[in-house]
Design a protein around this ligand. Structure first.
Ligand SMILES: N[C@@H](CCC(=O)N[C@@H](CS)C(=O)NCC(=O)O)C(=O)O
Length: 205
């Protein structure tokens, strides 16, 4: 029995839901998170002491950290989303770590004000440095994709998932975007995937 605890509009939950859909997994989804339910249930805090979503529970096995969950599911249920070659895999994992650190740090100061309607969102001048920084950061991925149709080579892998969730947000936010032809082409390929449309392309907020 596979349970996924999360909030459908959270970027971290979306990675896991998207991975489950790519792998055709059957699971029970449990809506949770402070934003959804207010104070967290002590039972949930025992599963995930961070008080964050998502969390996976598979029989007695509990796992949190969205990128780890996505890699676990892909390895357990369908090896083909994980390349066999060690160096290809390491390069893919690098983009997962980059998403969780560098890209997330660049995204937060743009995403939160715009989606939560904070005062700086009404002042494009105040937001401009953060938008510039986000463009600078995501351009690193654009340059990588100019030589590689997907994040880890010629085919879709689990490593496209974390950055793919951010790609939808980047192309959907009302911000000034520099031309990023390779990023856009890859994003258009993701948009053709039904699991992406079902779990990621669901609006912001
Ligand atoms: N590093 C964690 C971050 C998880 C996280 O920050 N989750 C956010 C949602 S995206 C959260 O739980 N926020 C509180 C809430 O939704 O109640 C992961 O990747 O799973």
């Amino acid at each position: 029995m596979l349970d996924i605890y999360g909030r459908p509009n959270s970027q971290h939950t979306q990675k896991v839901l998207w991975a489950c859909a790519e792998l055709n997994l059957r699971f029970r989804f449990v809506h949770t998170g402070r934003v959804t339910t207010g104070d967290l249930d002590p039972d949930y805090l025992r599963l995930n002491p961070n008080g964050l979503v998502p969390t996976l529970v598979e029989d007695a096995f509990v796992l949190w950290e969205s990128n780890t969950i996505v890699r676990y599911l892909a390895a357990r249920h369908c090896g083909e989303l994980i390349p066999g070659d060690l160096r290809t895999r390491a390069q893919g994992e690098r983009w997962m770590d980059w998403q969780a650190t560098t890209l997330n740090d660049a995204f937060r100061p743009v995403f939160r004000p715009l989606v939560e309607g904070l005062p700086e969102a009404r002042d494009p001048v105040a937001l401009r440095p953060a938008v510039e920084k986000l463009n600078d950061t995501i351009a690193v991925l654009d340059r990588h994709l100019a030589d590689s149709p997907y994040v880890a080579g010629s085919g879709f892998t689990v490593y496209d998932i974390p950055v793919g969730v951010h790609a939808y947000r980047f192309f959907t936010l009302d911000i000034a975007r520099r031309p990023m032809p390779a990023l856009e082409a890859w994003y258009r390929r993701l948009c053709e995937r039904p699991p992406y449309r079902q779990h990621v392309m669901i609006g912001l907020g």
